[in-house]
Structure formats: structure tokens, C-alpha cells
Design a binder for this molecule. Structure first.
Ligand code: NAG
Ligand code: NAG
Length: 410
């Protein structure tokens, strides 16, 4: 089971593109506007032994437009290595086993952090923390694994069980229901599962750290102590500037290429970011089309020109499969072009998000199939590790969602 980090941008995008505010919350966060929720949260961190640097600002990306997505910004120059925030151990949501200092392995940890998140979100009015209120204010079911049945069916029609991401049904069903014995009919429980998936750093849900947006081209923050390499009971999470930051610069994390992203490093790309966090990342993007045995990075130069970097030499067979998918996608958008969310009977969050992903997928397939690259068949005689490149994951380990395909006979 794999869970990680944050979603601040996408959350706000979904909130704002439909003019809804915190009133999508399940209960008592209704009246709080986002600014109040965020400033209460920061005050709470400071009041409880934590630190948030005065030189950073949590604000809408377009200062003139309070409804624009939010991000974390430098207010003035910040030196490389300077501490941006420190979140003490006690404020981090984690499983009871972790709290006691035991390491129980994935399922207990992952189920535990979800159970604890439910407690934080359902605390009574007098006991709820600013972080609990903040989590409650997040929109519901915005990642595809948590959509309605109709929304998911349309998504599967789009990906044809061929194109990534894989495993949308596992996000809630298989893992939470089967492994954690969770109640998938309770909306608050479902919301907690989704928020942990979309915002947590594996087994830790860390306030403030979960508010930095993702950008692999502009990643400029780091953790002082890697929480997976040493105990963080004494240190908590200390977020530092990865390099010198200029005034007005946005501070970015990387949700899949960070110093502690290990098992996600190699295979986890744009589709998987979309699956887990609910947004389409900017360039650079990575696409792993497992059934076609095609793996690429899409890079953008300073003029906005996108180029394709094949990470494994592509084959004619694979590129033909993707060309077929591109034609199929054109047919799909043609069939739905005059339809709306209402016609299909799904929420507009699902509809808008689906077409946002469609555009990214369509563009990626267009880049890949029109690239002027020499085609060779070698990838089809390689074993299941054909896609493993720089990372720590291998095909036989189950920390990835890369489907295996038959090798061609020699
Ligand atoms: C979110 O999903 C849960 C479980 O499927 C459901 O009970 C709840 O009504 C959904 N909420 C929204 C706003 O769709
Ligand atoms: C495609 O690649 C070939 C061989 O490298 C080269 O001769 C040709 O000019 C390229 N075409 C385009 C459109 O870049």
C-alpha cells in the first residue's frame, strides 16, 4: 500500500472552479473561511512547540484573486538551509504503534493513521484542533478512487483498462476495506481515507508540510531529517529551504522525487500523481504506459517547447498500441463533446477532473506517437524489469502498480 503527501493546489482548484467554499465540509467547519482556517492552524503549531517562519506566506497563487489556488510563498529572501517550519512529533497524526515508537509495518501503520485521522476530524466542538477543522474543510471524494460509480465507469471507459493510472478501485475498496476492515459506507471514514492518501507522507499526516504544492521542475524545499532513515520522535518534521529563495517565489515540494520518496522514484509519474493527489502535474511529466512497454519523460524548455525523452527504447508494437489508443480517445471526446456532468449524472468535480486528465493523456500520447525516434523491438524481449531504471523498486516487489506483459519469444 502506498500513500504520500499533499494536495493544496488541486483542492483549491476544485473548490474554486465550482464556486463552493468550505461548505463542502462534512460538518462544523462551514463558517470558517480558508484564511481563518490556515491562520488558526499556524497559530496552533506555534503555540504547541512548533515553528513557522515569518518569511513565508500561505496565500492564493494570484494575490488579486482570493479564489485562486493556494500555495506557500517566500515573502522575502530566504537562505539555503534556513528552517521554514518545524512540526513537532506530537502534532503529527500517526498510528498508535508509531506513537509508542513501534514500527509495525505497512498495513497497521496505514490503517492506524487513517483511524487517528478520523478521531481528529470527529472530535467534539470543544476539542477539535485547528488541523481537524482544516481537514474537515477539504472537499469530498475528489480523487478518482473515491468518485461515484458512474464517474469511475466513465474514467475506465476513457482509460480502457489499458492506459494508466492502474488500480483506481484499490484506493478505497481493496486496501482500506480488506486490510483495515474499514467501513466504506461511512462518509467520514471514506473522507479520512482519501485525505490520508492525498495528503500524508506515508504513515505520517503532517500539518503545514501538507500545504506545499508539487512541482518536479521547481522543487526547492527539503526535510532536515529523513523520517524514513531515522527516528523523528525528537526532531519532528523540519522543513528547510533547499536553496536560496527570492521574494514572491513559490515554495514547492516534490511528491514523488523527494529525498525520501524512495520506492516511488522510478515508476510513479503523472498518472499516479493524478490517481493519488487528484491533479495533473506541470511539466516535467513522466508517463509509464505499462501494457505498451513505453516509458517517457516529457520535458519543457524555456520557450515552452515540449520534448519527449524515451527512458527505454520504444518499439513499433508499443507505439502502434498507443496510436490506436489516441484514435480511440478522439472518438470518446467526440461522443461526449456536447454532454455535461448533469447529462451523465455525475458531480462536476468528477467531470471537470476527468477532462483535465483526458487533455494531459491525449497530449502525452500525441507527443509520444509523433516523436521522431528510432523504433526497436528490444523492450519486448526484456523481462518484467524492463521499466526499472534509476529507482529502488523492482518488478517483483509489490510497491508499484506496473502490470506485467508477456515477453516475445526469441
Ligand atoms: C463520498 O463517498 C462516500 C462513499 O462512497 C459517499 O457516502 C458520499 O456521499 C460521497 N460524498 C459526495 C459528496 O459525493
Ligand atoms: C528524424 O530523424 C532522422 C534520423 O535521425 C533525421 O534524419 C530526420 O531529419 C528527423 N526528422 C525530423 C522531422 O526531425
Amino acid at each position: 500500500m502506498s500513500i504520500l503527501k499533499t494536495l493544496f493546489v488541486a483542492t483549491r482548484l476544485l473548490l474554486t472552479s465550482h464556486g463552493v467554499h468550505a461548505n463542502t465540509a462534512l460538518n462544523n467547519a462551514n463558517e470558517d473561511d480558508v484564511d481563518t482556517l490556515v491562520s488558526n492552524l499556524i497559530q496552533w503549531v506555534r503555540d504547541n512547540g512548533g515553528y513557522v517562519n515569518d518569511k513565508i506566506d500561505f496565500r492564493p497563487i494570484e494575490p488579486e484573486d482570493p479564489a485562486s489556488p493556494r500555495g506557500v510563498f517566500a515573502k522575502q529572501e530566504i537562505d539555503a538551509g534556513e528552517t521554514l517550519a518545524h512540526i513537532p512529533w506530537d502534532l503529527i497524526i500517526k498510528s498508535p504503534e508509531r506513537t509508542k515508537g513501534e514500527v509495525e509495518g505497512l498495513s497497521k501503520d496505514d490503517c492506524g493513521v487513517i483511524q487517528e485521522t478520523i478521531k481528529v476530524m470527529t472530535a467534539s466542538d470543544g476539542n477539535i484542533t485547528p488541523y481537524g477543522r482544516y481537514l474537515l474543510s477539504q472537499p469530498q471524494n475528489y480523487t478518482v478512487g473515491f468518485w461515484s460509480k458512474k464517474g469511475q465507469d466513465l474514467f475506465v471507459e476513457m482509460t480502457d483498462n489499458f492506459l494508466p493510472p492502474n488500480g483506481i478501485k484499490d484506493m478505497l475498496g481493496e486496501e482500506f476495506e480488506d486490510i483495515c476492515d474499514g467501513d466504506v459506507n461511512d462518509p467520514m471514514t471514506v473522507q479520512a481515507v482519501m485525505l490520508v492518501r492525498a495528503r500524508s507522507d506515508w504513515e505520517y499526516l503532517v500539518p503545514v508540510y501538507d500545504m506545499f504544492n508539487h512541482h518536479n521542475g521547481k522543487y526547492n524545499i527539503e526535510l532536515r531529517v529523513n523520517p524514513y532513515k531515522s527516528s523523528i520522535k525528537e526532531t519532528g518534521y523540519e522543513i528547510i529551504a533547499g536553496r536560496q529563495l527570492q521574494p514572491e517565489e513559490q515554495l514547492y515540494n516534490s511528491y514523488n522525487r523527494c529525498g525520501n520518496c524512495d520506492v516511488w522514484y522510478d515508476w510513479f509519474g503523472t498518472p499516479e500523481i493524478y490517481l493519488n493527489f487528484g491533479f495533473v502535474e506541470s511539466f516535467p511529466q513522466r508517463w509509464l504506459f505499462d501494457l505498451a512497454r513505453v516509458k517517457v519523460d516529457l520535458l519543457e524548455d524555456s520557450n515552452g517547447q515540449v520534448s519527449v525523452k524515451f527512458l527505454v527504447p520504444p518499439s513499433k508494437k508499443g507505439v502502434d498500441m498507443l496510436r490506436h489508443q489516441l484514435v480511440r480517445l478522439n472518438g470518446l471526446s467526440f461522443r461526449y463533446q456536447s454532454k455535461s456532468a448533469v447529462d451523465i449524472g455525475i458531480r462536476s468535480v468528477e467531470w471537470d477532473s476527468l477532462w483535465q486528465y483526458y487533455d494531459a493523456l491525449h497530449a502525452a500520447l500525441t507527443y509520444v506517437t509523433s516523436a521522431n525516434e528510432t523504433l526497436v523491438d528490444d523492450v519486448w524481449i526484456m523481462d518484467d524489469n524492463w521499466w526499472v531504471q534509476e529507482g529502488t523498486t523492482r518488478a517483483e516487489e509489490d510497491e508499484h502498480w506496473v502490470r506485467t506483459t508477456a515477453r516475445d519469444e526469441l
